[in-house]
Design a protein around this ligand. Sequence first.
Ligand SMILES: COc1ccc(NC(=O)[C@H](C)Nc2nc3c(cnn3-c3ccccc3C)c(=O)[nH]2)cc1
Ligand SMILES: [Zn+2]
Length: 326
Amino acid sequence: LQMSSLQVSEEVRQFLKTPTFDNWQWEDAEIMVLLQVMYTDLDFIAAFNIEPEVLQQFLFEVYRRYNNIPFHNFKHCFCVTQMMYGLIWLTDLKSKMDSIDLLIMLTSAVCHDLDHTGYNNAYQINARTELALRYNDISPLENHHCAVAFEILEKTESNIFRNVSMDQYKRIREGIIKCILATDMTRHNEILNKFKSILPAFDFNNRDHRDVLMMILIKVSDISNEARPMEVAEPWLDCLLQEFYNQSDVEKLEGLPVTPFMDRDKVTKPSSQTGFIRFVLLPLFIELANLFPCLEQHIIDPVRKALDYYTEMEKALEREKQNRAQ
Ligand SMILES: COc1ccc(NC(=O)[C@H](C)Nc2nc3c(cnn3-c3ccccc3C)c(=O)[nH]2)cc1
Ligand SMILES: [Zn+2]
């Protein structure tokens, strides 16, 4: 996996800051370079004295620890990190938050699904896997992703934080743990409600407010595929359903409870998406847009278009089913 960060043009560097970036156009080796560009263009290299070869080793270890499964793979890690990077520039967060918080957010996105096996927490708990046992059924996957991140960071040659102070390292570790654990979707309403409650008097100088915002930003980045152009987003839904169907097939074989929206006999692409967009994605994005109005046109409009697209598809499927029934 050869990479050097010299060959990225100014045009690509600008494109990388937008939510329309198409991950499918790039090889893994090029994606590794694009991830380095993000750390460089946010001035983390200078601000935290990160040595380029250590950053490369860190990203290579990360690359190695993601698995080749349909959805929660290294390309997903890149998409989430690239969306986080785009949100940082779109909302001008550099002028509102400390650089160390931005470093926490970007690194959390890079590491947030490390060593995902393609089976969600419900499966881990029902099947009483080693992870569920180790983490007592408490966000087993997210605890594992975070533990793997710090296994990588414990090694000197891949510890991008090895030149920061003890206090900075403590703050970075606390922040990454909070952000990665926040990606457990069973905590979705808990975190969204907390954000809603502080929004009316949001204060960037309030540590608790900043912590909740960081959790909301990684959550938004994590499930934001439908904010991208349809030709980028639709393949991701196919990958996701592949992983979900694989899990529900195994659950059926093992006599374990099957999650309805993962069951290939129950779910269709449009039906899974219209519900998700209406009840999960839009409410979350609309709350964030309350704080950053510019996200209306960059993130919310594309999601409304996706909702229209899947609603139309759902109706067409319905009509087809009626015709077949007659
Ligand atoms: C509250 O917990 C939830 C809520 C909804 C869902 N997922 C869905 O409703 C369906 C399957 N669709 C869906 N789920 C998605 C998307 C993006 N990420 N994502 C996802 C993937 C893994 C785990 C959880 C989610 C939300 C997406 O575009 N669509 C999964 C968990
Ligand atoms: Zn994820």
